[in-house]
Ligand binder design. Structure first.
Ligand SMILES: C[S@@+](CC[C@H](N)C(=O)[O-])C[C@H]1O[C@@H](n2cnc3c(N)ncnc32)[C@H](O)[C@@H]1O
Length: 298
């Protein structure tokens, strides 16, 4: 098994466990949330565990990354188990421009929350696809779509590095905190470009790092925010999108993760040893961002 294979397997296992937790719980409430076994904000990172996040009513219980991303109106119209399985770090459908009749593809659709929200926005004449590699997440997403009673959605099994859709078949690509999990981000962006129609839009929420961070510190923070494979540097993200052929690239921070919030004594000590300007930069270096770009028309 290569390093890439074992990282992908760790990601798959982690999200299979997260899906099973929701599938097995009653009422769609995530089992390990807000109870005794839920890590408090800043508890030491454990890469083997999915991040505990929202209560089924959508209010943030204990996670500064996945909590409070959706409006009460959005949440009210969703099945409880779709909300309970929300593991994103942004709200791409709120930021993306989705129009009736369009085809949307969600890379790493998880329990399907953004696919269901997209389906409503594109209406019955449009279509929303979710793509995920984890069987348990696909089972949960299909169950959520059935509960929501939507017919213009389809969940596909596959890897975002090999999108199982034809060239130029999608109007908008969304994704929520998934590209940072890929072991081949360049391939993902090239595949996204391939399946988009000319003029198609890329509108993705993702974890991004701004500027250099020492490797050991980077790994500690990435474990905290759940980036098993490592987040892209903001400048590298822009570069990879441009190299894939995209234009009008923009990367806008939506939420900063203060290192101090990780509750990691080692990080705190290290941060305190930095000079004040560098400390301020590093404390804001990790963020969720909305990444947008466009495939040229010709
Ligand atoms: C952090 S969760 C996000 C799920 C969903 N987007 C949300 O906002 O709740 C990551 C999801 O991406 C899927 N995933 C991770 N890497 C993938 C890959 N390389 N190909 C396909 N799916 C992937 C996982 O199975 C999981 O369901």
């Amino acid at each position: 098994m290569t390093d890439q294979d074992s990282t992908r397997e760790a990601v798959r296992q982690r999200y299979a466990d997260a899906a099973l937790q929701v599938l097995r719980s009653t009422g769609g409430t995530r089992a390990a949330c807000c109870g005794g076994d839920c890590a408090a904000p800043g508890a030491a990172a454990d890469a083997s565990q999915p991040r505990a996040a929202d209560r089924a009513d959508g209010s943030c219980c204990c996670d500064p990354i996945t909590g409070n991303l959706y409006s009460p109106d959005e949440l009210a119209a969703l099945p409880e188990s779709a909300v309970a399985a929300s593991l994103g770090c942004g709200n791409p459908t709120a930021l993306a421009d989705l129009r009736p009749g369009e085809t949307v593809l969600d890379l790493g659709s998880g329990g399907g929350i953004d696919v269901l929200l997209s389906a409503r926005r594109v209406g019955p004449s449009g279509r929303a696809y979710g793509l995920d590699m984890t069987d348990e997440m696909l089972e949960l997403a299909r169950k959520n779509a059935a509960t929501a009673g939507v017919s213009n959605v389809e969940f596909l099994k596959g890897e975002i590095e090999h999108i199982p859709l034809p060239d130029s078949s999608v109007d908008v690509i969304i994704s929520n905190c998934v590209i940072n999990l890929s072991t081949d981000k360049e391939k993902v962006l090239r595949e996204a470009f391939r399946v988009l129609k000319p003029g198609g839009r890329f509108a993705v929420s993702d974890v991004v790092v701004d500027g250099p961070v020492p490797e050991e510190i980077r790994r500690r923070v990435e474990l905290w925010v759940g980036c098993i494979a490592g987040a892209l540097d903001r400048a590298d993200y822009r570069d990879l999108l441009t190299r894939a052929g995209f234009v009008d690239v923009a990367i806008e921070p939506t939420r900063h993760y203060a290192l101090a919030d990780a509750g990691d004594a080692g990080l705190d000590t290290w941060l305190a040893s930095q000079d004040p300007v560098e400390r301020e930069r590093l404390n804001r270096a990790f963020m969720s961002a909305f990444v947008r770009a466009r495939k040229p028309r010709d």
